[in-house]
Design a protein around this ligand. Structure first.
Ligand code: NOJ
Length: 753
């Protein structure tokens, strides 16, 4: 070889080596590792990666049949278990993980899933409450902290965020989502995933997130959990899908969970259209899909699968990669491959997805990196986490009514009565999804008032729940015992102001906890009215996991504070808002109906052909109730006042529209405002809603301060999905509203060419 050619070869070799060196960041390197590992695996071991067992530290679904999980330790050692759920604690996870890593033939680590929904040990507000903050930074931080605590307890995968849109307050799981709106829900879902997954998924304090429940779970008929879902293409593409798509496009979510429901006749768990065509096809999702708890086996009851073997076949071919609690894959997949009913290439595809996420988490480099007892001790209940939970709690509170500025209360106020059993409840404020949380660890409202140095007298009034309240029992509501009313009425009589803390128990919402009535449960409405008879100066503090029909209260009580279930720091947050140390700024993420009969009620509805109101009978309305909501989406008051002026619209080149508005704090306190932009595509090939949220910004203003908010709308906000599921942007006239809620703001219009 002459010298010139030799030098050339040398340069080429160096370039090649450099190229190899610069690869590790990409997926390619992981793909190679996955392929190599897959090549060594037996069919049984592959199927093992598609199998998850429950650790029974917690049970988050119906217990499986006797014996089903009996051999789980042996199965782990055989390499037949890819994942565990509901195992927690650094030491416990280490023990379990070592069975897989040290005893199985290939030592493939398991991924440990857990429902880290609103905090882990330090509990932040329920997700619906956090959504009321419209504060993406705070929400991301809350998820970040949850991940830090969960990962310190051995967990590396959360089954969150739930990004199901729901318009039905009867559905118990509205507490777990971001409410009724697709745009807000998408932004919040992305923030949560970013918080869980962080910048570096392989770090020891970040965890894989899971967008759930794909799809349509929040549209269960009559708001009853697990019920039928039947939705058209336009709703599916424009309302239900976007938060899931955003989870992939904007946050690179690592996993998806399918759902219990059938959707348009096909169970989501075996739904090829959802999982293969849309999710893995059109959207290019490269993570894996887990079933929901026994959602595979439930296809038998649905009348879609004839037996468990059929379940494994349908679910796997339908695109579900891992089985949670159906025991279908582990029992039947090998046979099904041998019989040619499931292709081995389908199994390979599923296993590659699972292994890829495990590589991305860094589990192959160090399977025990989440199992450090020192970190566990240091980080659980860390003071910074408590402070952030308090901040999040305050931001989640919504001021619904404040006639004559009853609020904020003055600390010096002499005679304050506090009435309602929820005021003294350290458990309910923890909300429903507090699997790792310890019962009775919230700061109650009374404790919050004590800590704030408030002088008050307390009367329970009436019990809310009479029986046990452990997860997951049914609640027994007190509907008869009013023996405490007398004391409460007497106390109210001699007080200047009465703070009544009423609402739902923490386990009154959540999975399987639908309600057909949306009023105050038990005898609380009667208690409220009895107290009102002797003292009208009432501040109603609501604790609840869903919108409630508090129509009577709205008509009579001067001040109403929506305090949801605010987690560990509840009492401090409530006290600071009641006494004005914090100026509330939350906005409702879900419409409050006046009556349960109005449900589903939501702001982004379509116009009927006969928009009212009319004097004659022929228009959409009720004869016995207003068609209007009690409190609309996006609504929430402040202790200060914001004025909106100078709405300005600029249609720019390249189908971009710039909308600006000037906001002034014209009150005398510093305050935050969520400036909301709504759009209406007036005439389109598919009818568009009367308004749709397409932008918001949370700002903080000093008294007299003025700020110009500028929104830029692009095709993404201007377009929509048509009946074929295609995204289109159509020229024409658009209406714009920018304001303080979905019903109040400045309006204008523009034409898109
Ligand atoms: C059932 C719930 O629907 C799902 O959201 C949850 O993640 C699983 N159980 C696991 O607990």
């Amino acid at each position: 070889m002459n010298k010139g050619r030799f030098l050339m070869l040398l340069v080429c070799c160096q370039l090649f080596l450099l190229a190899c060196d610069s690869q590790p960041s990409g997926k390619d390197e992981i793909d190679v590792k996955v392929e190599n590992l897959l090549a060594q695996m037996t069919l049984e071991e592959k199927v093992g990666q598609m199998n998850q067992y429950n650790g029974f530290y917690d049970v988050t679904g119906p217990a499986p049949a006797e014996g089903d999980a009996k051999n789980k330790y042996e199965h782990i050692k055989s390499g037949w278990v890819g994942s565990m759920l509901n195992v927690r604690g650094a030491n416990e996870v280490r023990k379990m993980q070592s069975l897989a890593v040290d005893s199985s033939r290939l030592g493939i680590p398991m991924i440990f899933g857990f429902d880290v929904i609103h905090g882990h040990k330090t509990l932040s507000p329920i997700p619906l409450a956090e959504a009321a903050s419209w504060d993406l930074e705070a929400i991301e931080k809350s998820a970040r902290i949850a991940a830090i605590e969960a990962s310190a307890e051995g967990i590396n995968w959360t089954f969150a965020p739930m990004v199901d849109i729901s318009r039905d307050a009867r559905w118990g799981r509205v507490m777990e989502g971001a409410g009724e709106d697709t745009y807000l829900g998408s932004r919040i879902g992305v923030a949560r995933i970013n918080g869980f997954q962080g910048d570096d998924l392989s770090a020891h304090n970040t965890i894989a997130a899971c967008a759930k429940h794909f799809a349509g779970y929040g549209f269960a008929e009559a708001g009853m959990d697990y019920n039928t879902v039947d939705v058209g293409t336009v709703t599916l593409h424009n309302v239900i899908f976007p938060p899931f798509k955003a989870a992939i496009d904007e946050a690179d979510v690592k996993t998806f969970m399918n759902s219990f429901n059938i959707i348009n006749g096909i169970p989501a768990t075996a739904n090829k259209f959802l999982q293969r065509d849309i999710l893995k096809g059109e959207w290019g999702f490269d993570g894996f899909v887990i079933s929901d708890w026994s959602s595979g086996a439930e296809m038998i009851a649905h009348g879609y699968a004839k037996d468990l073997e059929h379940v494994a076949e349908l679910a796997t071919n339908g695109g579900s990669d891992m089985d949670m609690e159906s025991y279908a894959n582990i029992k039947h997949l090998v046979k099904l491959v041998e019989a040619g009913k499931v292709k081995e290439s389908t199994i390979d595809e599923a296993v590659k997805r699972v292994l890829r996420v495990k590589y991305e988490l860094g589990l192959f480099d160090d399977p025990f990196k989440y199992c450090d007892e020192t970190r566990e001790k240091e980080l659980i209940y860390h003071a910074d986490h408590m402070a952030a939970a308090l901040d999040m709690a305050k931001r989640s509170i919504v001021l619904l009514k404040n006639e004559n500025n009853v609020l904020p209360l003055a600390k010096e106020q002499k005679k304050i009565a506090v009435i309602g059993t929820l005021a003294d409840d350290k458990d309910s404020p923890l909300g429903n999804w507090r699997m790792a949380g310890e019962d009775n660890t919230a700061i109650s409202v009374l404790e919050g008032l004590d800590a704030y140095g408030v002088n008050y007298k307390y009367a329970e009034g009436a019990e809310l729940v009479t029986g046990p309240t452990a997860f997951p029992v049914e609640l027994e509501i007190n509907t008869t015992d009013k023996s405490g009313f007398k004391e409460a009425i007497a106390l109210a009589k001699q007080s200047e102001v009465v703070v009544m803390v009423l609402g739902e128990h923490g386990l009154h919402s959540g999975e399987g906890r639908g309600r057909a009535n949306l009023g105050l449960p038990g005898v609380q409405q009667e208690l409220l009215e009895a107290v009102y008879k002797v003292n009208k100066n009432i501040v109603l503090v609501l604790m609840n996991g869903r919108p409630l029909t508090i129509t009577w209260a709205d008509e009579h009580v001067p001040a109403i504070v929506e305090a949801w279930q605010l987690g560990t720091q509840t009492g401090h947050a409530v006290a600071q808002v009641l006494f004005g140390e914090y100026n509330p700024a939350g906005k409702l993420p879900m419409t409050f109906p006046r009556h349960v009969g109005q449900v589903p009620i939501y702001y982004n509805q379509y116009s009927s052909g006969r928009p009212g109101p009319k004097t004659e009978v022929f228009w959409p309305h009720y004869m016995d109730e207003s068609e209007k909501p009690l409190y609309p989406f996006g609504y929430g008051l402040s202790y200060t006042k914001f004025d909106y002026t100078d709405l300005n619209i600029n249609v720019l080149e390249g189908r971009k529209v710039e909308v600006s508005v000037v906001v002034t704090n014209s009150g005398d306190r510093v305050g935050e405002e969520v400036v909301q932009l709504y759009l209406h595509d007036k005439v389109a090939s598919v009818v568009r809603p009367v308004k749709e949220l397409k932008g918001f910004e949370k700002i903080s203003l000093e008294p007299s301060q003025t700020y110009k908010v500028v929104f830029t709308l692009s095709e993404k906000e201007l377009g929509f999905y048509n009946g074929q599921g295609e995204f289109v942007v159509e020229p024409g006239d658009f209406g714009v509203m920018v304001g303080t809620s979905s019903v109040e703001g400045l309006t204008s219009e523009f034409e898109l060419k």
